[in-house]
Design a protein around this ligand. Structure first.
Ligand SMILES: [Ca+2]
Length: 236
C-alpha cells in the first residue's frame, strides 16, 4: 500500500468510525461470565434482568415447558461463532406437557431497562449475528422489534424485522436500516421474540449493534479531501 492509499483509507475510516458507534451497551454479551444461566425449569413465567442490560421474560401466559437464557462461548454453536466471544443462547423445550402438542414458544429478550435515545429523521442500522440449531419443527422466525416511546415514556408505535433463521447451525449476520416512525419519539426498546411451532429449539445471538448510519455528506467530504490530496501528490 502506498502512502496516498493509506491517506485515503485513513480518512474513510475516520468518517465511518465517528458515526458507527454502537449505542447498545453489552450488545456482545461480554459483561457476564460464560455459564451464567437464568431459569430453566417447569412451566411458569420468567422476568429477569440477570443478563446485564437485557431482560429475558415470557410473553403472555407461559405455554413453555422448559426454558432458559445463558451465556455461552459463541464457538459452542459450531462453525461461524467467534471462539472466546460470549454469546447469548436461548433454549426452549416444549414437550407438549401439560399443554398438548404442539405448543408455541413465546418468550422475549429486550432492553426495557436500558432504552436507547433516538432522534426522528435520523437513520439507524441494526445488526446482529444469530444462529438456530437443534430445531424440531418448521421454519423459525426471529422477530426483531423496535418499540418507540415519547418523552413521557408512553409507547407510541413499533416496527421491526423478522428474518427466517436457516437450520444450518451456523451464525449468520443480519443488518437492517431503520428510521423512527413518530416525530415525538425520544427513545426505543429493542426486542427479540423467537417464535416457533416446534418442540425444541435454541437460538444464539451475538454482536447486537444499533448505530447511526454514517452521513453521506461526511463520508463524501472525507473522500473528496482524500482524493484532492491524492491528486495534489500526483501533480507534485
Ligand atoms: Ca460476544
Amino acid at each position: 500500500m502506498n502512502k496516498s492509499t493509506s491517506i485515503v483509507l485513513s480518512l474513510v475510516c475516520i468518517g465511518i468510525s465517528s458515526h458507527a458507534q454502537n449505542l447498545l451497551s453489552n450488545g456482545s454479551f461480554e459483561a457476564n461470565p460464560i455459564g451464567l444461566q437464568v431459569p430453566y425449569g417447569p412451566p411458569g413465567a420468567v422476568d429477569t434482568t440477570s443478563i446485564t442490560d437485557w431482560r429475558f421474560f415470557t410473553v403472555g401466559s407461559p405455554p413453555i415447558t422448559l426454558f432458559r437464557a445463558w451465556v455461552v462461548d459463541a464457538s459452542d454453536f459450531g462453525a461461524g461463532g467467534t471462539p472466546g466471544s460470549h454469546a447469548l443462547r436461548l433454549d426452549v423445550v416444549n414437550d407438549g406437557i401439560p399443554y398438548g402438542t404442539p405448543v408455541n414458544a413465546d418468550y422475549a429478550l429486550d432492553r426495557d431497562s436500558v432504552r436507547v435515545p433516538v432522534t426522528f429523521g435520523t437513520a439507524y442500522t441494526l445488526s446482529y449475528d444469530a444462529v438456530l440449531y437443534g430445531l424440531t419443527g418448521g421454519a423459525f422466525s426471529f422477530t426483531t422489534t423496535l418499540a418507540e416511546y415519547n418523552s413521557s415514556g408512553t409507547f407510541i408505535g413499533q416496527s421491526g424485522f423478522s428474518p427466517t433463521l436457516p437450520t444450518d447451525a451456523l451464525f449468520h449476520g443480519y443488518s437492517f436500516s431503520w428510521t423512527p416512525l413518530n416525530p415525538t419519539v425520544t427513545e426505543i426498546n429493542l426486542a427479540f421474540r423467537p417464535t416457533s411451532p416446534g418442540f425444541l429449539n435454541a437460538v444464539g445471538l451475538d454482536n447486537v449493534s444499533f448505530s447511526v448510519v454514517p452521513e453521506p455528506s461526511t463520508l463524501a467530504l472525507g473522500l473528496v479531501g482524500a482524493l484532492d490530496l491524492f491528486a495534489n501528490r500526483r501533480r507534485a
